[in-house]
Design a binder for this molecule. Structure first.
Ligand SMILES: [Zn+2]
Ligand SMILES: [Zn+2]
Length: 156
């Protein structure tokens, strides 16, 4: 368990105001995590933030971002609850967070967007698509992960 990264370490040039709230440049979070938090023996590192993220100037927002090479990622819960987070929408928010984080972790293992099947590696253009996405890999992506990591599908 890592200590929360203090948002004061985010340079002000990487914070913008969008639709009356603050957003953080997602790649900056990855850079800070890589420099300050990732232990050498870590397989993958996923940060969770309550702040809204954006990937670049001309995008409105992004649910998450991962590095294909550094095995580091960040997911935001900012847009995952339909209203203020409470006991009624907690499960739905958690299901979305698991889905988005699983997708980003797939990217950390060099997996691209899946276009062949109903799969957690499908791209998502909004919560309606995230809600339709299964929290698992299709058999083809599972095979790719197996090849990349060299694990035994029967045993692991
Ligand atoms: Zn993706
Ligand atoms: Zn797939």
């Amino acid at each position: 368990m890592l200590n929360p990264t203090d948002e004061r370490v985010i340079p002000t040039k990487d914070i913008r105001t969008h639709e009356n709230h603050q957003q953080i440049l997602a790649s900056t979070v990855l850079d800070i995590l890589y420099k300050e938090e990732k232990p050498a023996n870590t397989l993958a590192l996923m940060a969770i933030t309550e702040k809204d993220l954006f990937p670049s100037e001309n995008w409105n927002y992004v649910f998450g971002l991962a590095s294909y090479t550094k095995r580091i990622g960040v997911s935001s819960i900012y847009r995952l609850q339909n209203s203020k987070l409470d006991s009624l929408n907690f499960d739905l928010c958690l299901k979305r967070l698991i889905n988005i984080s699983s997708h980003e972790i797939g990217h950390m293992f060099k997996m691209k967007h899946c276009i062949t099947a109903h799969c957690v590696m499908n791209g998502s253009n909004g919560l309606h698509e995230t809600d339709l996405s299964p929290n698992r890999l299709c058999s083809e992506c599972q095979k790719k992960l197996q090849l990349a990591r060299g694990f035994d599908l029967q045993k692991d």
